[in-house]
Design a binder for this molecule. Structure first.
Ligand code: ZN
Length: 243
C-alpha cells in the first residue's frame, strides 16, 4: 500500500542522512590535478595520507568527548581521477544549487568503480599549485550522496590547512552546517564559537570547526593554523547525531 511505500522511502532517506557512528567509517579520497600543472602532478604523485592521522585522532577525541565513545574512522587514498567535479555555482540561487547537486551526484556515480571498494563518504580533492592560485574557491559537500568537492593547495606547506578544510567538508557530509555569517565571514555568536561562555568572551583561543575562524573581537577573527586550534562545539555535535 501507498503508506508502506512512503514509510520505506522516508526511513531510507532518514538512514541515508543519519550516520550510524557505531560502525566503522571509511573516507575515500580521490586526488585530482585541478590546474593541470606539473607541480601539482608531482605533489599528487608523492601524496601521503599519513598526516591525516591527526584528523583521525581529532575526530576520535571529539566523538569521545561528545558521545563518550571514540569513532572508528579511516581515510583511504583512492585512484587519481582525470575529470574534475562540476563547478560549484557562483550564484547561490536555489535552482543552480539544486542543478549542481544533481550534476555532482551524477559525476560521483560516473566516476565510481568496483575496485574502489566500499566507502562511507567520498571526497574529491582538487589540487591547485599555490604559485599559480592564491585564493581557492569554496569547497562543498553534500549530505545526500555523502560526497564532497574539496579545493586544496598542492604543497606540503599547506598540509595542516588542507587537513582542516578536508575535515570541515567531511562534517558537512555528515550533516553539520556552516556557522559563519555569509555576508561578513564572521563566526555567528553563539553557535559559531568554540567557547561561547568564556569570560571575557574575546579573544577566543580556538575556532569552532564549522565556523572556520577564531573570533578575536565582535568584528575581527583570524584563520586557525591547524585542527589543534579548532574544536567541534555542542551544536555541531548535535547536527552530527553525536548527542
Ligand atoms: Zn562549510
Amino acid at each position: 500500500c501507498l503508506l508502506l511505500v512512503l514509510l520505506v522511502v522516508a526511513v531510507n532517506a532518514w538512514r541515508d542522512q543519519n550516520q550510524d557512528w557505531t560502525k566503522p567509517i571509511i573516507v575515500l579520497l580521490h586526488p585530482i590535478n585541478a590546474d593541470g600543472r606539473t607541480n601539482t602532478q608531482n605533489y599528487i604523485n608523492g601524496l601521503n595520507i599519513a598526516n591525516l592521522n591527526t584528523a583521525q585522532d581529532y575526530l576520535k577525541q571529539a566523538s569521545q568527548q561528545h558521545r563518550d565513545q571514540p569513532v572508528a574512522l579511516y581515510f583511504k587514498l583512492g585512484r587519481e581521477l582525470k575529470q574534475l567535479p562540476p563547478k560549484v555555482p557562483t550564484d547561490a540561487s536555489l535552482l543552480s544549487t539544486v542543478l549542481w547537486s544533481l550534476k555532482f551526484r551524477f559525476y560521483a556515480w560516473q566516476q565510481r568503480q568496483g575496485r574502489d571498494g566500499a566507502a562511507t563518504v567520498t571526497l574529491y580533492l582538487n589540487y591547485y599549485d599555490p604559485s599559480q592560485t592564491q585564493i581557492l574557491k569554496h569547497s562543498t559537500a553534500l549530505q545526500k550522496g555523502k560526497i564532497g568537492s574539496v579545493n586544496l593547495f598542492a604543497s606540503n606547506a599547506h598540509s595542516q590547512r588542507n587537513t582542516m578544510v578536508m575535515v570541515h567538508e567531511l562534517l558537512h557530509a555528515f550533516g553539520a552546517t556552516d556557522k559563519y555569517d555569509l555576508a561578513t565571514g564572521q563566526p555567528i555568536y553563539p553557535i559559531g564559537y568554540a567557547a561561547p561562555n568564556q569570560q571575557p568572551l574575546y579573544p577566543q583561543q580556538q575556532a569552532e570547526l564549522m565556523a572556520g575562524y577564531i573570533p578575536l573581537s565582535q568584528s575581527k577573527s583570524k584563520m586557525p593554523e591547524s585542527l589543534e586550534q579548532t574544536r567541534i562545539n555542542e551544536i555541531t555535535a548535535i547536527e552530527l547525531g553525536w548527542k
